[in-house]
Write a protein that binds this ligand. Sequence first.
Ligand code: FES
Ligand SMILES: [Fe+2]
Length: 420
Amino acid sequence: MDTPLPPATPEARAALRWPEEGLARVPFRTYNDPAIASAEDERVFRGDTWNLVGLDIEIPEPGDYRTTWIGETPVIMVRGEDGAIRVLVNRCAHRGAMLCLSREGRASNFACMYHNWVYSLDGKLQSIAFKRGVRGQGGMPDSFDMTRHGLRELRVDRIRNLVFATFSPTLEPAAQWFGPRMVWSLERFFNRPIELIGGYTQVLPNNWKLYAENVRDSYHASLLHTFFATFGINRLSMDGAVEVSERGGSHLSWAKMETDDAEGTDYASGGLRSMRDLAIEDRRILRSWREFPDGITHMIQTLFPNVFLQQIQNTLAVRMLVPRSIDRSDLVWWVFAYTDDTPEQRRARLLQSNLVGPAGLVSLEDGFIGNAVQRTTRGDQGHGAVVEMGGHGVGPERQSRVSEGAVRGFWQQWRGMMGC
Ligand code: FES
Ligand SMILES: [Fe+2]
């Protein structure tokens, strides 16, 4: 394990006093406290983490770029003239204006709107407006060294199609940092060339950690999402498992649809909201084909801190979580397919994509539930969440997904980084 850091500030130290129950409790103030959020930006997002910034296929040509944020820092992912992908801090070296305002595009350089300082695609400062002044008056002093005022460049690493960046000069390569089991799953998702078939950004009215918990929470999936259980897409009675990475913060949760045996469970007794009052007229959306030889029909993966991968039937997606303020996050979705799909498979993937996303049949609830927690926790921050399903430890749960082990794993890694 990494050595825990001391808390960043006295305010953060006071706010981060953790309950005696350890990982089985999560203080509500972790979702609301500004001192925690600012320590988190420094320790997690600008600390020893590989943060997803985009997919390589979004920027195939030199000059192609996409902008995003790592914590509170705006960044540009750009392909240079040399074909290399770089991640640059999106902040002018002159007086700090945001340099690139578009979400994506193609550029031959980046010119700041404020005083027209211009940077090349690799972040070097190319020119300064009125550098020599006007008619010999004014201008920059001779001592000003252009080579020392480029854009800040982050370290970049890639695993398959995913592009990661880190502020850390020393963090081990991304594949090593996430660990072999997490990389196995990425190789499974990206086993052949992909293309994008859709995308959107979902605004989540909650702290980023509430969504990070939600995706690691296999307990809720068939309870909150009535569609899942009712139509047999995902039930806890199917063969499945939760696996947690060595550091705790990343996880895999998988299930095999054909193995469902609800006999003798809460599903069969009909006591669950999920199993009543729902019918579907057009069942084509439920038709799927075996996507992978391992028979897994449902795979959800997280990578600490901001990545989620999804296989639900034949819908495939990458989601990237971008904290925007203490109670708002953006969830960026890339829905993808394989380039060798048949036309029928492509049509079926698009149809099934109605299952997921902010207006989807099985996961619209995740866009709401974070706020249902956020709203109640603001005024009573001395209390905390109870996270004991499946015990007190951090996975793996080879036998069962009736567990919050991966949620505890998230907090284990977060606390290690935050020093609490
Ligand atoms: S702040 Fe960018 S040129 Fe002045
Ligand atoms: Fe969910």
